[in-house]
Design a protein around this ligand. Sequence first.
Ligand code: ZN
Length: 316
Amino acid sequence: MRGVLVRLSDAWTEILQRRAASSAGGSYPLPVQNMLGEMVAAATLMQSSIKFNGSLILQVLGDGPVKLAVVEVQPDFGLRATATVTGEVAPGATLSQMVNVNKHGKCAITLDPQDRLPGQQPYQGVVSLLGDAHEKLEKFSDVLAHYMLQSEQLDTTLVLAADDKMATGLLIQRLPMAGSGNLAGSQLSQANEDEIGVNEHYQRIALLASTLKRDELLELDADTILRRLFWEEKLSRFAPLAEDGVPHFSCTCSRERVSRMILGLGAQDAHSIIDERGEIEVGCEFCGLQYRFDAIDVDRIFRVPGDLPPASETVQ
Ligand SMILES: [Zn+2]
């Protein structure tokens, strides 16, 4: 069995503060804040468990008042998150009332390799927000456990919690049978599949983990949590991530990326915005930064490369 515990304070409050300060959205309604916080904790846990050399993007595509919630975690645990709220969210709204009103809500996990070759598509897995009996799932952790079982063939238990100060979670996973499941050939992978859902040690540990209450997860430190849950188990504790490797807020937006977006609009549309408003203003929904492009900037974006004056190839 393997476990990971994450407690995000600074990275999470920075996401909330930037949102509160941004002109676009303002603070999230409480249920949206807590859902997004759970997603931030979950995406961090998944990145640390998969150890993927690229960005892990966790998205909920909602069919209710919350249209989209996105979390992106880089291999160095730089992370950012945002949610798009288009309708009224009741103070006590459940997961399904926010994103799965008509059972059309989806959860997508995208793995985008850092050294992606031209034309290579990022890997994406999509699951519904429904359980085996087609019922609406009300815990985001259940959605992800379902995904992990489908995609990785591993029993996974997640406990997640978030408030305005902390986004936190515990992940417990049953490791594949002896050796490495992928390399050991079909016999072992069959043995591994046979154990799904029935391995008694996993059942015991998962049950202990699931007794963890939201308040305990939010308020207790890692040592206390581990002691409370697993005091009867043989536990190997790894050192926490060192200072420079801890999860932190980081946005990957740039003026160049926004330029490419404007290029995608097409010259006609871009110029008509300039004619109407005098400039194109694009705000980053993740960090709140505003990018402004005036008529000269837009001309420069659409100038065909052959027209450009010769420039240095190294320093731009
Ligand atoms: Zn940004």
